[in-house]
Design a protein around this ligand. Structure first.
Ligand SMILES: *Cc1c(COP(=O)(O)O)cnc(C)c1O
Length: 483
């Protein structure tokens, strides 16, 4: 086998090593070219494909018959994946918390997977461990967690929340019937974590929120009181800095005061809102976060990083010992090298931190924060557009970059169906993607804006499409004489 006329190791051409560097360069550049040409031709965020035909094509691939050819495999990949993928770089992808990614991070991804360091122990990573630690220190510094802070990169906010609650539980005396308090707008991963930790089905208490979907400190105080009277230890209050649906930031200073009074662990889930840490203009929205015992940050949401890139931070690094186990072959007790496995729920672990490192070293934090600022501004524009449009009703004004709204049909009884239909019809057209959610039992639509390239015109265009779909649905159900 030759690549560009250069020989590769005939016996083992696929192994990444010094003899196959031409193959390595060529294969990656080919792959990058395919992605680039696909992105260059992408006019819509989605093809609108439905699962059945795609499943048919994918099951027709015979995995026991290799193609032995990179170009042929990439041709096939075009059909089974690239052609119909959902493209987050597209300005009319407005659905979930998926960001367009920055190029320095893509470079990091290519480097980290080739070198393939594993961040469990020093002897599998060397400098990678130290780079991760620097980034944890940098993040803790931006959070203001103080001199003893520490943390570790994780696979995502779900794992970060789980680990934080594990630590909180271990720090809670007599945690038999322990409860976790979060707001009704908190993330479902808090419930999942409670279940994984073996807490009972009634272990998560939902505090009421105000009209802006922020946790109400007076309601929290009452819930804390009630738990005290019922002799149920509160192992953590989980405040959310950027709720997934409403972009609301719980009142952190007031919540921190209540937690301090009762000696309760405060976890702040900033999976979404962490982008404010880099914002040149809006960092103050996170004021109070410096009083948290633990914090979740998802760089793969508001730092424009590819999945996965997340971390859990703690005020007192010593608590991470609750995640420490010793294996003779890996990190024997008493060893003096820095072993991140001592702080992590994972063992073998990707060097995801490299993506953030290159992002900060090439772009710098202000440039990242400006991207996030831009989408927060855009959400305010989108809210204003909707508030002025009689076809729609818009819910609370987000502090971040979501907008929750619904189409209001002439026959209000059809509102739920019409909004569900409009969202699906829009997705099937591939013209744009928006999300759906429920507010007080009713179906709403949601824009999650994370693309600084999206313009108010894009949003106006998508609202027109949604209204058109919803109107057609309603018209087909109201007899002509009653319209
Ligand atoms: C997305 C999100 C999570 C979960 O994070 P993953 O990275 O998807 O696991 C947790 N909390 C909030 C507030 C989120 O928005």
């Amino acid at each position: 086998m030759t690549v560009d006329g250069q020989p590769v190791d005939a016996a083992r051409p696929y192994l990444f090593n010094d003899r196959n560097l031409n193959h390595y360069r060529r294969a990656l550049v080919d792959g990058i070219d395919r992605v680039a040409s696909r992105v260059g031709r992408t006019e819509r965020p989605f093809s609108g494909v439905s699962p059945a035909p795609l499943a048919h094509e994918i099951s027709a691939v015979d995995l026991d018959r290799p193609l032995h050819d990179t170009a042929a495999a990439l041709d096939e990949l075009e059909e089974v994946y690239l052609r119909d993928a959902v493209y987050f770089h597209h300005p009319r992808y407005l659905a979930h918390l998926n960001c367009p990614v920055v190029i320095p991070a893509l470079l990091g991804e290519a480097v980290l997977s080739a070198v393939n360091s594993s961040l469990d122990t020093w002897d599998q990573s060397a400098g990678a461990t130290l780079i991760e630690r620097r980034l944890i220190d940098w993040t803790a510094g931006r959070l203001g967690l103080g001199p003893y802070a520490d943390g570790v990169f994780t696979s995502g906010g779900t794992q970060s929340n789980l680990q934080a609650l594990l630590l909180a539980r271990e720090e809670t005396p007599a945690c038999g019937r322990a409860v976790v308090i979060t707001s009704a707008a908190g993330h479902f991963s808090v419930r999942k974590a409670a279940k994984l930790l073996g807490l009972g089905p009634d272990a998560v208490i939902e505090v009421a929120t105000d009209a802006d979907r922020r946790m109400r400190p007076d309601a929290l105080a009452r819930d804390l009181d009630r738990c005290r009277r019922e002799d149920r230890p509160v192992m953590a209050v989980v405040a959310t800095a950027g709720t997934t649906d409403f972009g609301s930031i719980d009142p952190l200073p007031e919540i921190a005061d209540l937690c301090a009074q009762d000696g309760v662990w405060l976890h702040v889930d900033a999976a979404y809102g962490c982008g404010l840490l880099a914002s040149p203009t809006r960092r103050h929205l996170l004021d109070g976060i410096e009083r948290a015992d633990s914090v979740t940050v998802d760089f793969h949401k508001s730092f424009f990083q590819p999945v996965s890139s997340s971390a859990v931070l703690v005020r007192d690094g010593a608590v991470l010992r609750h995640a420490t186990y010793h294996a003779d072959y890996l990190n024997p007790a008493g060893q003096r090298t820095p072993n991140q496995v001592d702080k992590s729920l994972q063992t073998t672990r990707r060097f995801d931190a490299l993506k953030l490192w290159l992002t900060l070293r090439i772009m710098g934090p202000d440039a990242v924060g400006e991207l996030f600022d831009r989408v927060v501004d855009l959400a305010a524009d989108a809210w204003a557009l909707l508030a002025a449009d009689p076809r729609f009703e818009v819910v609370t004004k987000s502090q971040l970059s979501t907008v929750v709204f619904r189409y209001l049909p002439k026959n209000i009884g059809l509102a739920d169906e019409a909004n569900l239909y409009a969202r699906e019809a829009l997705a099937a057209s591939g013209e744009a993607l928006v999300a759906g959610t429920r507010v007080d039992g009713r179906h709403y639509l949601k824009l999650t804006l994370l693309n600084p390239e999206t313009t108010p015109d894009d949003i106006a265009h998508v609202l027109g499409l949604l209204a058109g779909h919803a109107e057609r649905y309603v018209d087909a159900r109201i007899p002509a004489h009653a319209r």
